[in-house]
Design a protein around this ligand. Structure first.
Ligand SMILES: Nc1ncnc2c1ncn2[C@@H]1O[C@H](COP(=O)(O)OP(=O)(O)OP(=O)(O)O)[C@@H](O)[C@H]1O
Ligand SMILES: [Mg+2]
Length: 352
């Protein structure tokens, strides 16, 4: 009998506030959750997606892998935010080799960076709705120096980066495994992290519109600091629900109300833009992820603003989970923060 080594990867989501790790094993019975864990990112070590303090982040990754007893050395990571550009473009149909060349030469006009400074990748979405000899192509450009930075970090942590994905795609990847989600409905996936938000409107496993912005609970921290001169550490305690004597509850609540209202308006604006450009489609449901969706009042606000079905993602639903290892209350508490690491863990060594 020949034992074939699994080519499944460990998913590592390196967030600016938490680093999450996941290991999933694909079996004939279905995907099994082997490991999941998360660890706080050192404050200020990752800023605007860039790694400012390489050694301290590498140290946290090593700790996370050790605590979760992860032996596998090949990992899938993802990037997002400003250094990643994702655009849907239309290009002439051509055999694969020519398409590759033409997309690379056309890419320059769509990307706000020097073409020599980015890695280009693309995915053919299908025929253009306007012309039989045109294709819709999803173009992805990631800054080379950002990729190099993440590769250095992963190597410093003693592991190997085998797949470099994009946050939004990893989230979509896990969403599509959730058995109770009707993927034929036009769905808006929203991930609100610490320093960024990503929005992805999709239907039938195809993205129709993507947007990124800088909303996140970092804004709460900055407002608390500006208004009360508290430390970052105290502001973070407040956000996780602790009372700090020197920070009045009124101040906190006003900040929550203002930020929540801004986030809701931004989300509503994305939906309006989508609907203005696609007269025959409307967003039917919203699925939330990211730790910042726990901000008090936010989900109620969003419900009132949008008036459509809103739920929090359950990324574990399509996975077989040993309840003795991970109980329901733990999984529920980490559900909004887990999807990207899980989506990455479903990638294989032979994936791009
Ligand atoms: N109750 C809460 N209210 C508001 N924010 C919260 C709450 N609980 C957690 N958070 C926020 O969620 C953040 C963590 O979310 P998440 O893990 O999605 O961020 P991240 O992935 O590290 O960020 P990014 O993707 O932007 O780099 C924490 O920084 C915290 O501020
Ligand atoms: Mg994140």
């Amino acid at each position: 009998m020949v034992f074939k080594k699994s080519n499944q990867l460990v998913g590592l989501d390196i967030g600016s506030s938490f680093i999450k790790v996941a290991e999933v094993k694909t079996t004939p019975k279905g995907p099994i959750l082997k490991k999941f864990g998360l660890e706080k990112t050192p404050t200020g070590a990752i800023v605007e997606g860039r790694i400012v303090d390489m050694e301290s982040v590498a140290q946290v990754i090593r700790t996370l892998l050790r605590k979760n007893k992860i032996k596998e050395k090949h990992v899938a990571i993802s990037t997002g935010g400003h250094s990643v550009v994702i655009k849907t473009i239309t290009t002439a149909k051509a055999p694969e080799k020519e398409l590759h060349a033409s997309i690379h030469s056309e890419a320059e006009q769509y990307i706000p960076y020097d073409i020599d400074d980015v890695n280009i990748d693309y995915h053919v979405l299908g025929d253009s709705e306007f012309s039989a000899d045109q294709l819709n192509v999803l173009l992805v450009a990631v800054k080379k120096d950002l990729v190099a930075e993440y590769i250095d970090l992963i190597n410093m942590a003693g592991i190997h980066p085998s797949v470099i994905d994009v946050d939004t795609f990893a989230l979509q990847n896990i969403y599509e495994t959730i058995p109770t989600e009707d993927t034929s409905k036009v769905t808006l996936l929203i991930d609100i992290g610490y320093s960024k938000t990503s929005l992805n409107i999709l239907q039938d496993n195809t993205s129709l519109m993507m947007r990124d912005n800088l909303s996140g609970s970092k804004q709460i921290v900055e407002d608390l600091q500006a208004q009360t001169e508290c430390s970052i550490e105290d502001a973070e305690l407040v956000i996780s629900g602790h009372a700090i004597e020197s920070i009045p509850a009124d101040t906190i609540n006003t900040i929550y109300t203002n930020i929540s209202s801004n986030w809701c308006s931004e989300i509503h604006e994305v939906i309006r833009t989508f609907q203005a450009n696609t007269s025959d489609k409307a967003v039917e449901k919203v699925i939330l992820s990211g730790g910042s969706i726990f901000m008090p009042g936010f989900i109620d606000n969003l419900n009132a603003e949008l008036g459509i079905s809103i739920s929090i993602i359950n990324p574990f639903e399509g996975l077989i989970v040993d309840s003795k290892k991970y109980d329901d209350s733990y999984l529920t508490s980490v559900s909004p923060q887990a999807p990207i690491a899980l989506g990455l863990a479903l990638r294989h060594l032979d994936d791009k």
